[in-house]
Design a protein around this ligand. Sequence first.
Ligand SMILES: Nc1nc2c(c(=O)[nH]1)N[C@H]1C(S)=C(S)[C@@H](COP(=O)(O)OP(=O)(O)OC[C@H]3O[C@@H](n4cnc5c(N)ncnc54)[C@H](O)[C@@H]3O)O[C@H]1N2
Ligand code: MOO
Length: 399
Amino acid sequence: MLDVAVARARILEKLSPCGLETVSVAHACGRVLAAPVVARLSNPPVSVSSMDGYAVRIDDVQEGATLDIIGEAPAGHPSSLTVKKGQCMRLFTGSQIPAGADTVLIQENMRRDGNAVTLLSGGKAGQFIRKQGQDFQKGETLLSAGKVLTARDIGLAAAAGHVWLTVSRRPRVGILATGDEIVLPGDPAQPDSIVNSGAFMVTAFLRSIGAEAVLLPVARDNVESLSTAIAQADHLDLLVTIGGASVGTYDLVREAFKPHGLNLDFWKIAMRPGRPLMSGQLGKTPMIGLPGNPVAAMVCSVVFVAAAVRTLMGLPQGAELETETAILGADLKENDQRQDFLRSTLRSQPDGQPPIATPFASQDSAQMNILAQSDALIIRAPHAPPQKAGTLCRILRLP
Ligand SMILES: Nc1nc2c(c(=O)[nH]1)N[C@H]1C(S)=C(S)[C@@H](COP(=O)(O)OP(=O)(O)OC[C@H]3O[C@@H](n4cnc5c(N)ncnc54)[C@H](O)[C@@H]3O)O[C@H]1N2
Ligand code: MOO
């Protein structure tokens, strides 16, 4: 059975980013930037006042001095007049600083009398002026390719004059659940029906990380139904199946996909939950076959499918998982040959100490309630010796 990191590397090495598209800046949040954002203008484009008040010359600033008001320049309405000795101009927050002026005095420190103001205090040269280009200059590179865009980045790109951004295309991922017992939530159910929680969960998760994830119709446990379902794969960047991966008589995914060009790279890995994981190519489309047990399907999605989706989005991923240190909250027995991913709660601790990770007593891979209550997976190496509560362990936080 394949090691988890080797399986991850084998999945990732066959994938390449699925292309670029141009989207409006308003719709680019969460997308992966594919070309640098270079400022098309400076911010602020001209020097502006940061307060409501008067533009003055510092040489005239002296408590008790009186200055003539030569005009008013609201924001967006610059004045062509020049402020000369003994003069000032009425300004507001965001107003362009008129020629001749080098300082702004706030109106609270002045007394207006018709067309003149008396200064009630002094001031510092250059105060309350936002200099041209103080935030950024035209031509400056503001955002680098490969960045996942935040709402703040959208604001920055918009401020820099960008209407459109080039981003990685969202990978189209089809999620195909299989099984005669599988029904949709709310469907008329037989006593032994199982609701398609696996596909709903995996679809929701992959959407949350940026994929265009599509829930495909459920395929039944026969070669005809599975073969029909495969027709969808042509339009996908990645096909994810759920169930039918194991060794039972009705676990038919491999058999049904073979005549349609399935090139299986591996099947079965040393992982719990997730042993019957499959990876390969269906014609030109990469395929990952998840185990039917929904907890195993989700854990494998977190460990493998998310990395595949991110690679398709142009975010390079390594073979190793990004884990954290935690303190074990319960004794653990010796592990067998499969790398274990134990559903656990996390309790944070004061003073920067690692959180305490306590595994649930039941680790059955069909228990959705425990999965939903879990904060993280404790990762145990194959053949790890028994481990005592209070010692350090590695965890992977659950999304
Ligand atoms: N003799 C062996 N039996 C099993 C082995 C094995 O190595 N030898 N492996 C076990 C492991 S580990 C897993 S995991 C499961 C995976 O089997 P399949 O991928 O073939 O999955 P199914 O048999 O189709 O279903 C398993 C289980 O999960 C339920 N299921 C399936 N799809 C969904 C879904 N979309 N949403 C919710 N639940 C789903 C299904 O009803 C079954 O109860 O095999 C073990 N057996
Ligand atoms: O993947 Mo299975 O759920 O290991 O039990």
